[in-house]
Design a protein around this ligand. Structure first.
Ligand code: ADP
Ligand code: ZN
Length: 218
């Protein structure tokens, strides 16, 4: 099963994509995480990507599309994939459709996680992320038990360099201008399902599982 997760920055895409991928045993392809991982290794391409990310802009399509197409030909993607943060504009969506068709595959569902703009701003402001397992926390809404430490793995929490107010504004702008048109693009294929992204983590996960036609064991 191939599923695309759409949602604004702060919609909870990353958390839900990781949970749902684990439950359904699908590969999780998160382009933002891939760029941040590459930056730790300090490759030239990754450092170029960082200059865009820190401004809240999209990394150029040549870099992004090539990286994803390489990733989907890996063996762990045969059973299916959850795409998280890709595609993010029309050119990327078309490149993905083409690559999938060439492998006789197709996207089964597109899950649009919808959250109000007011809530997005609140969430992005106080976000802290685990360096080791990428679990997100929020100063007010979901603080860790021990300040600065991940509940799940004990890893150190940090604030992303693009989670500063000016960059947050730009990322939301980019979402509404470039990514939101994909809602229309995919609704024409009949594959789009809209899920309310406000509520408890587990509640939202259940909504997503239902939207892709899977029931949770509980
Ligand atoms: P968020 O969804 O919270 O903005 P991500 O980790 O998905 O976080 O993305 C962070 C940044 O990485 C984006 O603002 C952008 O600069 C870059 N990025 C991630 N995915 C893509 C993509 N598909 N195309 C271009 N740039 C991307
Ligand atoms: Zn952790």
């Amino acid at each position: 099963m191939y599923v695309v997760f759409l949602g604004a920055p702060g919609a909870g895409k990353g958390t839900q994509a990781a949970e749902v991928a684990k439950e359904l045993k699908l590969a999780h392809i998160a382009t933002g995480d891939m760029f941040r991982d590459a930056q730790k290794k300090g490759t030239k391409l990754a450092l170029e990507a960082k200059t865009y990310m820190d401004k809240g802009m999209l990394v150029p399509d040549e870099i992004t599309i090539k990286m994803v197409l390489e990733r989907i030909s890996a063996p762990d993607c045969v059973k299916g994939v959850i795409f998280d943060g890709f595609p993010r504009n029309l050119a990327q969506a078309q490149a993905l459709d083409k690559a999938m068709a060439e492998q006789s595959k197709a996207i089964d569902h597109v899950v649009y996680i919808k959250v109000s703009e007011e809530e997005l701003l609140k969430r992005l402001g106080g976000r802290w992320i685990c360096r080791q397992c990428q679990s997100p926390y929020h100063e007010v809404a979901s603080p860790p038990k021990v300040k600065g430490k991940c509940d799940k793995c004990g890893g150190e929490l940090y604030q992303r360099s693009d989670d500063v107010p000016a960059t947050i504004k730009e990322r939301l702008k980019v979402f509404f201008a470039q990514t939101a048109p994909l809602i229309d693009y995919y609704s024409k294929t009949g594959k789009l399902v809209e899920v309310n992204g406000e509520g408890g983590m587990d509640e939202i996960k259940q909504r997503i599982l239902k939207a892709v036609g899977k029931k949770s064991p509980r």
